[in-house]
Ligand binder design. Sequence first.
Ligand code: SAH
Length: 236
Amino acid sequence: MTAIWRATVLTIFPEMFPGPLGVSLAGKALASGLWSLDRVDIRAHATDKHNSVDDTPAGGGAGMVMKADVLARALDAVSPDKRPRLLMSPRGRPLTQAHVEQLAKGDGAVLVCGRYEGIDERLISARQLEEISIGDYVLSGGEIAACVLIDACVRLLPGVVGKEASVTDESFSDGLLEYPQYTRPAVFEGQTIPEVLTGGDHAKVAAWRRAEAERLTHERRPDLWERYLAKKPRDR
Ligand code: SAH
């Protein structure tokens, strides 16, 4: 990677950023310049005397719709580059770890946060926004969804998480959920740590962890399990 990973967030609530991205791993990495965060206040691009960013839906119905012209001006003020332009949206492609890994390898992302009932459809096509969903539920705005996406990407950037292994050996990285983790004390409310983990045999530990990851994935996520079985090499 040549330049630093850059996130540009378009929102009517710029004060929500960096928010949770300003603390812990992401916050330290932001402060030390491993990634950058630009906030674009959509309202600053309104042109009427009320600084309107929304209007009533064509065809009637409840709520308000974000205006295409105002959003277009806000987007066009972001200097053009190759970063993907994403619209946080419950209708979008569900975000996955594979997509996060791909985004983290790139230059960053431009993220548009909707509010109200969403945004004028013409803006989505005119500016070729890719709609991304963080799950099958509805939030009141795209800001928290944008934080989720940025956090997931930033922790994969080189130098952000201490040991490289801690991001490659975890849930979803090999199509499985993570195995159970333990630490001291050796006995907690009568429960001990599985013996294999304290025996010092690394091969046995690895085998136990894989078996547990497979068991948990099979039990909890039949969808992931089916995909894992389909892809699983014969020698594994
Ligand atoms: N009326 C819309 C929901 C609007 S919610 C619908 O039924 O599809 C307001 C904004 O919150 C959206 O424009 C989007 O930016 C954000 N949002 C809500 N749920 C989301 C989700 N699951 N993933 C990503 N963004 C979401």
